[in-house]
Ligand binder design. Structure first.
Ligand SMILES: [Zn+2]
Length: 206
């Protein structure tokens, strides 16, 4: 049985990290150097050019990518460049990544196009505490009543994501190695810190 990893991490942290200052003196933050560069089939890529390619244009972040089955009970319900996954079980569904709050109606429509009910979303998980992945959590909870679970190390960063002043919902805190079960599906949370402190890779077996 294949094991599947769901991790929609981007490379922004590597691009926007602050330069270290061995002397300890206070200096203005410097943008991180844009290297290394790699050339593939005549085209040269740098960290910034890859980030720009991955993020796409603003409309790529908000336009639905045609929703489809990936494998087994796992479906793609995100936009062209911001992924969102639906895991379907007999006891309701798990959504991974709400993305931006303005994308939630788009995700809802994609879920419906696949023949599922958005209101059957029982658990909301996330990949990491950045707005392009988890800003919509409060709206998803409002629309579905889903239980929102978060990796402990990402809780402070999630609590700072408050679109329109709404507090970020966190119903259950999970830790590295813990599992989340709904119906006949179990997802395991793996702490893959770096991009954020609580960046999480979810694995399951299909
Ligand atoms: Zn990110």
């Amino acid at each position: 049985m294949p094991s599947l990893k769901l991790n929609a991490c981007c490379v922004a942290a590597a691009v926007f990290g602050l330069g270290a200052n061995p002397s300890g003196a206070q200096t203005a933050p410097q943008p991180a150097p844009d290297h290394p560069a790699v050339t593939v089939e005549g085209r040269t890529y740098t960290p910034r050019s890859i980030l720009a390619r991955n993020m796409g244009k603003p409309e790529d972040q908000t336009t639905a990518f045609p929703p489809h089955k990936i494998i087994g009970n796992i479906y793609y319900v995100g936009t062209r460049t911001l992924s969102s996954f639906l895991v379907v079980t007999r006891q309701g569904n798990i959504l991974i990544d709400s993305t931006y709050e303005r994308n939630v109606p788009t995700i809802e429509k994609s879920v419906q196009q696949l023949g599922f009910k958005f209101s059957d979303t029982k658990i909301l998980l996330g990949s990491h505490a950045h707005g392009d992945h988890q800003e919509g959590d409060a709206l998803v909870k409002e629309l579905t009543g889903a239980q929102v679970m978060a990796m402990a190390e990402d809780v402070p960063a999630l609590q700072a994501i408050k679109p329109g002043g709404k507090p970020h919902p966190i119903d259950k805190v999970v830790h590295d190695g813990e599992s989340v079960t709904l119906g006949d599906t179990t997802l395991v949370a793996h702490l893959t810190a770096g991009h954020t402190r609580g960046c999480t890779t979810w694995t399951t077996t299909v």
